[in-house]
Design a protein around this ligand. Structure first.
Ligand code: NAG
Ligand code: NAG
Length: 333
């Protein structure tokens, strides 16, 4: 498929085809290149070292099924100061745009991570609400929101994690996502002036795209022996994402060894060419009638996956596994 891009006279259509193969509706054009969460680097490295052995449709870090991991950025903007019934409260609106998920994706996990940074040791109480209705006073006060958790957090460095899988699933319905409201206040209330902590929020979302999750074929203990170069075998092909102009959204890898199959499937088809019975018969017929019947084709019989880390159109960092991206073995079929 990458080959087509180089050779095509209609690069835009071919790029669309390729993006489709990768499960992307459009070419991502990230506006900012934010930091890559260390956990995603770790997961990428682990996936790369265990590709041959592990089940790519399970995210073992979280113990759930999935082949896409996103760190969805908080896009909440509104924050409001104290109100009459809670003079020390500071409120912030959090919004995670779930429309980055394709409808075919099955949501396995959504975990909210809040990191609090204060300027000195202290304690605060943090309450998180799901906003149910937007009201005139702002993003849902009083009956327009539902308490999800209320917890005490220690500063200067505190954190809060919350499983939001159910909430995130319901956010996927159009119009259902009004975000969250985070309310913090000093604990115990002191009455003295205070500086609200800095809060960084991200939603880790694991989904499964079943189209990219076919069951893995068993790895055979079979390898192509060294053969004369005109016989069917894997040839080295390195795909550099720079050549395709994709270096601005793909974080890693910068390219990969894709390989391809090329060569003849001559009569008599030796066992090493791993032909099917059908291919063996076809070479036989071809040897009698070379014009009427072609040789069998030299095609991939074993492929392995790659993992990619990239920015999507909403500047989220995404880790994704793709099956069948590297040719390991070829055969005559
Ligand atoms: C969410 O993202 C989609 C697609 O990236 C965009 O069209 C939409 O405007 C965003 N919604 C909000 C509320 O920002
Ligand atoms: C993928 C495949 O068909 N592999 C076969 C290649 O041939 C050996 C024996 O010659 C088989 O054991 C493999 O299953």
């Amino acid at each position: 498929i990458f080959f087509i891009i180089y050779n095509s006279c209609n690069p835009a259509a071919q790029e669309r085809l390729l993006l489709n193969t990768l499960g992307l509706p459009v070419r991502p054009r990230p506006r900012s290149h934010g930091p890559v969460p260390p956990l995603l680097w770790k997961m990428l490295r682990r996936a790369e070292s265990q590709h041959k052995a592990s089940d790519l449709c399970v995210v073992s870090e979280f113990g759930v099924r999935g082949n896409i991991v996103r760190f969805v950025q908080d896009q909440g903007r509104v924050s409001s100061g104290p109100s009459s019934h809670c003079p020390e409260c500071v409120e912030r609106h959090l919004f995670f745009n779930m429309s980055v998920l394709e409808s075919v994706e099955q949501l396995s996990l959504a975990r909210l991570e809040l990191a609090f940074r204060g300027d000195r040791p202290s304690a605060l109480s943090a309450s998180l609400f799901r906003v149910l209705r937007a009201t005139l006073k702002g993003v849902g006060r009083d009956g327009a929101r539902k308490l999800l958790v209320s917890q005490s957090v220690q500063l200067p460095c505190g954190s809060l994690r919350l499983d939001l899988t159910g909430v995130a699933e319901s956010w996927r319905r159009p119009g259902a996502n009004l975000g969250l409201a985070l309310v913090v206040q000093p604990s115990p209330a002191s009455g003295a002036p205070w500086r609200a902590p800095e809060v960084r929020a991200s939603l880790v979302v694991v989904t499964l795209n079943p189209l990219h999750c076919r069951s893995r074929r068993k790895r055979s203990a079979y390898y192509l022996p060294v053969t004369p170069s005109n016989v069917c075998k894997p040839r080295r092909l390195y795909i550099d994402f720079k050549d395709v102009g994709w270096q601005d959204w793909i974080i890693a890898p910068q390219g990969y060894v894709a390989n391809y199959c090329h060569g003849e499937c001559p009569f008599p088809l030796s066992e090493s060419l791993n032909g099917t019975n059908h291919a063996i018969l076809q070479t036989l017929v071809h040897s009698f009638d070379p014009k009427g019947t072609p040789q069998p084709c030299c095609v991939p019989i074993k492929l392995s996956p790659i993992s990619m880390l990239y920015y999507d159109n909403n500047d989220n960092v995404v880790l994704r596994h793709y099956e069948d991206m590297v040719v390991d073995e070829c055969g005559c079929r």
